[in-house]
Each structure stands twice: as C-alpha cells, then as structure tokens.
Design a protein around this ligand. Structure first.
Ligand SMILES: Cc1ncc(COP(=O)(O)O)c(C=O)c1O
Length: 464
C-alpha cells in the first residue's frame, strides 16, 4: 500500500523548536474566572485546568511543556496538521494586503476563487457555494436555502424539516431543532423550530457491535422510517431531510450499508431535499474529498466547515446544487434573491486560509493518504477489542469510536477519566458520553496511530 506524503508527516510532526518550547513552558498567569468556556464543565475545568500552549504538525505542546499527540485533529478540524507554513503565509499575506472586505453587494477576487476551488471538490452538480463562518452557520444557512427553494417553486407549504435522533448540527436554533441530542435541546425546548421531526438513529449495539467499517444490519429498516414520516406528515409538507453521513460528535455512528442510498431514493421520490452535514466528513476524513463521494451518494446540499480552512481561520460553506440555486435566483425578480448572509461571509482571511488549505490537501494528496491509512487504523482500533470496559469499536476512514460500558450511576465518567489520563500520557482523544473518539490529522504516521491506541489500551487498564 502506498504511503503518499509520509515524508511530509515526518517533516512537520516533530516537536516544536527549542525556543518555542521554552516559551510554552512558562506557567500560565491568566485569571481563569472571566472566560465562560463552551461545552465545558467550567468549575471542574478551572479547578484542574489542562492548557494547550502551542501546536505543530501532529503535536500540541501543553502549558507545562509536555508534548501531546493530537488524536482528534483539534475538534475534527485540523486535517492537514498544525502550523502548516503555506496556510500561515497565506493568512499573513492577506492580513497585510486586504484585511476585510464587505461581502454584501461587493466582492473580492479571492472569495470567487475560493468558491471555485471548493466547488471543484464537491460532487458533480453541487457547484454553487455560500460562505459562512462555522458549521452551525452552515447548517442554518442550508435549512433556510431548503425553505427558500420550495417557496421559490411555489411549494411554500413544504416547511417541515426532518433530522435524526443523535444528530449533531451545531448550536443555532435551526441546528438544535433538527439535531437529536437531548442535553443540547432541553433548556430551549419551548422555542425550538416548529414542524420538525426526527428519524431514528442508526446505532444498534445488539446487532452491529464491533463492525469493521459500515455495519451490515439496518440500512433499509432505518431508512424506511422516512417513509413512515412521509406517510404521517405527507410529502407535500416536507422541505428537507438533514443527516450527517457519518455521525461524529454523537459518538461515531457509521451508517449501515445501503442506508444513505435508500435515504436518497426516498427523498428523491417525494421531492424532498437531502442535506448531508459534512462538517466532519468533508475534506478527507473518510479518505475522499467528501462523505458523499466516499459513499457514492449525492445529496442536494452539503454543509461544510472545520477542515475547509484547517481551522486556521473560522470558516464554513454550503455547497448547493445548481438546480436549487437557480430556482431561488430565478424567483428573485432582479433584487436580492436570498435574504441571508454574514458580515464575515467570505472574509478575506478565511478565503486565504481555505485556498491555502485546499492547496496543501492537493499537493500532499492527503485524501489518498487517509484512504491508504484506513486499513492500519482499523486494525489498531479493533486491537482494543476485549480490553476492559470496551463494548463496541466502530470505524471508517480515519475515524474510530471506542464505546465503554458506563459506570453505574455515572454515565460518561469512565470516558472522562480515560480522556484525562490519555492527555497526561501525551495523547489527545475526545469523549462523548462513554464513547472515546479518535480522528487524527491526515498527516499521521503508522507509528503514531499505534501510539494512540496503545496508550488507550494502557489507560483503560487503569480505569475502574
Ligand atoms: C456535523 C456537524 N455539524 C455542525 C457542527 C457545528 O460546527 P461549529 O461548531 O463550527 O458551529 C459540527 C461540530 O462539531 C458538526 O460535527
């Protein structure tokens, strides 16, 4: 099997140089009380802070100076590894050259070039690109486009949106409404979008535990639940279905074989738009430019963020089919066609980061590299089978989920402890509930893959 770009991984993944490392070893002197941290147990964190100070290649440097192998690409976003020089240079040049340009009724060239370069990586026909600044904004933008599309075609009664249990689509009101994670919804339940329904999630531990790649069971029955929702609400009321092709943040749920194909067939049959939320699966995570390309299923819209800019500047986008785009523009009667956009849509620093990032992916053939590494990654992940507490291992591309049996009366505590111990031993993993998630930068080497899972094995032996 080829190892494209291995020499690049070696070049960028070493520890920081001495000067930078010395700088990061200074203990932090910040007052931690002012910052309200997102998705964090604030009081617990501030009692025992774990701080990062620098990053390069495959490694973070913690504030105490110890090196931490990044097993999660930050938050599933630093796909090309940290501190990549072409991206740093592009952002620096742009900051000095054009720091900001309004994006309403005026343009800057880089935004059009970036859109063309993103479009070139999308499935055929999804070549209209709307820029946002985050995954949450991409999701809300895509949901609005779906509603605007039906209205433009004289089907304004199609307003129902269908998400999926355990789906994560960010934290906007649209995203949490179609999302399916109870803690993200319950405090806001009275004001979630009306007219939303959910498909069942596709996690079937009893039938599919320890599947390698896509599980064999469940594709048709899970997708056919959409026919039941259509029967309940009538297709004429449904605007769109949104799903993550592979659900990441909820604990790595790999779609059963045939599931996405069937969702596509059912949505097509009923004139319902299909939105793939590819904020995680976009840009190489599965070994292809998109999850859509990997699975061979083309939706009508794709939401993107994270890896689009290697997280060097916040950025996101929605790739839209020409048909959807043109329907909305055709109905525009010469004025603004779509009343939506952000002050920072196509921000010059974001478009510079996007273009440089896509250049790194291309020059280092990183999507092919991820594809080549998928097999050894799968082997290393499944070697944890039989270890203490492990009740399931799921994987696809460069993503793995290791599900632990929850500690009695304390769900999530076991994975949280494993996360902390891994960090202290120099490996960054993520946890959601009792599932540990691994999603390293695509520049990772096989030895580093080994180190992540061996560290996990050692740590699990020490967790009660
Ligand atoms: C599938 C998916 N959609 C949307 C989001 C939200 O992205 P952001 O945090 O950039 O708003 C995420 C973040 O993890 C995600 O995984």
């Amino acid at each position: 099997m080829g190892r494209p770009g291995m020499e690049i991984a070696v070049r960028v993944s070493g520890p920081l140089d001495r000067e930078a490392a010395m700088h990061t070893q200074a203990p932090h002197s910040a007052d931690l009380s002012n910052l309200w941290m997102p998705f964090t147990a604030n009081r617990r964190f501030k009692a025992h802070p774990r701080m990062l100070a620098a990053a390069r290649g495959m490694y973070y440097t913690a504030a105490d100076g110890h090196q931490v192998l990044d097993g999660t690409s930050g938050l599933w976003c630093v796909n090309a590894g940290h501190g990549r020089q072409p991206i740093i240079d592009a952002i620096s040049r742009q900051a000095a050259h054009l720091d900001y340009a309004p994006s309403f009724q005026i343009g800057h060239e880089d935004s059009f070039l970036a859109a063309s370069e993103v479009a070139a990586l999308m499935p055929d026909g999804l070549d209209r690109v709307f820029f946002t600044n985050s995954g949450s904004e991409s999701v809300d933008t895509a949901l609005k486009i779906a509603l605007a599309y039906h209205r433009a075609r004289g089907e304004g009664q199609r307003t129902r949106l269908i998400g999926r249990e355990r789906g994560y689509h960010g934290v906007g009101f649209g995203g949490i409404s179609v999302g399916g994670i109870a803690p993200n919804r319950k405090a806001f339940s009275a004001v979630l979008l009306p007219g939303v329904d959910h498909l069942p999630h596709t996690h079937d531990l009893a039938r599919n535990a320890f599947s390698r790649g896509q599980p064999a069971w469940g594709g048709e029955p899970f997708a056919d639940a959409l026919e039941s929702l259509v029967a309940l609400h009538d297709a004429s009321t449904i605007a769109a279905v949104i799903v993550e092709p592979l659900a990441g943040s909820t604990g790595v749920l790999v779609p059963p074989r045939g599931y996405l194909e069937r969702l596509r067939a059912i949505t097509q049959k009923h004139g319902i738009l299909l939105i793939f939320d590819e904020v995680i699966t976009g840009f190489g995570r599965l070994g292809a430019a998109t999850g859509s390309a990997f699975f061979g299923v083309t939706p009508d819209l794709i939401t993107l963020a994270k890896g689009i800019s290697n997280a060097a500047v916040p950025a996101g986008a929605v790739a839209v089919s020409r048909g959807v785009h043109d329907a909305i523009l055709d109905a525009g009667a010469g004025g603004i066609e779509f009343f939506h956009g952000y002050t920072y849509s196509a921000h010059p620093l974001a478009t510079a980061a996007i273009r440089a990032t896509l250049g790194v992916y291309r020059d280092e053939d990183l999507f092919a590299r991820a594809r080549a590494l998928s097999a050894p990654f799968e082997e290393a992940a499944h070697a944890l089978k039989g270890r203490r507490h492990v009740i399931d291992i799921r994987n696809l591309g460069l993503v793995a989920g290791i599900e632990l049996a929850p500690r009695e009366g304390a769900p999530g505590a076991r994975a949280a402890e494993a996360f902390g111990k891994c960090f202290d031993r120099g490996v960054l993993v993520r946890y959601t509930g009792d599932t540990l998630a691994i999603s390293p930068p695509l520049i990772i080497g096989e030895d580093e893959i080994g180190r992540i899972f061996e560290t996990l094995a050692d740590v699990l032996a020490t967790v009660d």
